[in-house]
Design a protein around this ligand. Structure first.
Ligand code: PMP
Length: 376
């Protein structure tokens, strides 16, 4: 018996003009890439590539098994220890992606009968962790610490977890981490903040928003971050106490049942971390570039590396992105379901390795493209 509903569900998105084809990046392309999350431009840095090569030569092409079985190398442990020390936490645990780190951490911390208070701006991986946990989930408006307070105060559950991005991934705005943390702590809740877009971008030497707001190593604070953005590689990392690390090893299903993070990715991320430590001004250079580009494009100055330019209509946003690409500027284009209806946008991520001339060229191409789609 055939299942015609498969064709039906696929056709629905196609017919609405909302199908999204993965955009193919060209190796060695001359275009300027502002669609990536390679904020520090480290994915192609020779030392980062050498770090990947060295780990590959030493440990092979794959980690060969789950971290618990045979998939942990000394490279994993060294990276975890150095990142924990850099960010001011007792311990770190690396997962094979940021997505899996978030899902694994949340589901290991709370379950049925517990409460999660989730910020509306939370990344999809946090949302999926909330859903999989089977805890009751209350969603609060973006950055609304009073709403967090109200939900925590009114709860009947003993255990509660507050989750948020520290830099909202869609528009690069900063969350009120300190207020969230203080509120969570007052109510005996744990706070989990995703610093994927903050590492290497904000805070002293790129240590993130938690460090900037005096929360490094704070009790009851769990940080997640990634190797796939500023560190130019891959991987997800959870930071907290030694006890938290041990708990995750025993209970995070995305750690236990997933093949360990690829050694080459570990070697690359670790090399990138060394570069960041050795050049603490890098995040400042990046943010100067962000201010320059955002001002030239007429957008508000964002808190991090993302310049988000709202177009509104999804087809117009796609057209504007295509016009940019024709002129050698590769920008991100976000449409529903990644963003709410009516807020389709171009998403530009600045990189520390772009100079003023690059950024001015990008601004002229992007503003020209936006004018053309508005006039159409
Ligand atoms: N958290 C945030 C805020 C993200 O933006 C992303 C990825 N875009 C992730 C987690 C997932 O990280 P990864 O790509 O390493 O799975």
């Amino acid at each position: 018996m055939s299942a015609p509903w498969l064709a039906d569900i696929a056709a629905r998105t196609l017919n609405a003009g909302l199908h999204r084809e993965p955009v193919v990046r060209q190796a060695g392309a001359t275009e300027i890439n502002l669609a990536s999350n390679d904020y520090l431009g480290l994915s192609s840095h020779p030392d980062v590539i050498a770090g990947a090569h060295a780990a590959l030569d030493r440990w092979g092409a794959g980690s060969t098994a789950s971290r618990l079985v045979a998939g942990t190398t000394q490279a994993h442990i060294d990276f975890e220890n150095d990142l924990a020390e850099f960010l001011g936490f007792e311990a770190a645990l690396a997962f094979s992606s940021g997505y899996l780190a978030n899902v694994g951490a949340i589901t290991a911390l709370v379950g049925r009968g517990d409460l999660i208070v989730s910020d509306t701006g939370a990344h999809a991986s946090l949302i999926d962790g909330c859903r999989l946990s089977r805890a009751r989930v209350e969603v609060v408006p973006r950055g609304d610490a009073d709403a967090v307070e109200r939900v925590l105060a009114a709860r009947s559950e003993e255990r509660a977890l507050v989750v948020t991005d520290s830099i909202y991934s869609i528009d690069g705005r900063i969350a009120p981490l300190r207020e969230y943390y203080d509120t969570a702590t007052r109510h005996g809740a744990i706070m989990l903040a995703d610093e994927a877009h903050a590492l290497g971008v904000r805070g002293p030497g790129g240590r993130g928003v938690a460090a900037e707001q005096g929360l490094s190593g704070a009790p009851g604070l769990v940080i997640t971050t990634v190797g796939s953005k500023s560190l130019g590689a891959q991987g997800g990392i959870v930071l907290g106490t030694h006890l938290l690390r041990e708990h995750l090893i025993d209970h995070a299903r995305t750690f236990i049942f997933d093949t360990g993070l690829n050694p080459a990715a570990v070697g690359a991320a670790h090399a990138a971390l060394r570069i960041l430590r050795g050049d603490p001004q890098m995040p400042d250079r990046l943010r100067a570039g962000v201010r320059r580009l955002a001002a030239a494009c007429g957008g508000g100055i964002p808190d991090a590396a993302v310049v988000s330019l709202i177009v509104g209509d999804p087809v117009a946003a796609v057209d504007a992105a295509a016009l940019c690409r024709e002129q050698g500027v590769f920008v991100g284009c976000f449409r529903p379901p990644s963003v709410p209806e009516g807020t389709s946008r171009l998403r530009l991520t600045v990189r520390a390795d772009l100079d003023d001339a690059d950024l001015d060229f990008v601004a002229s191409v992007v503003t020209g493209a936006l004018r053309r789609v508005e006039a159409a």
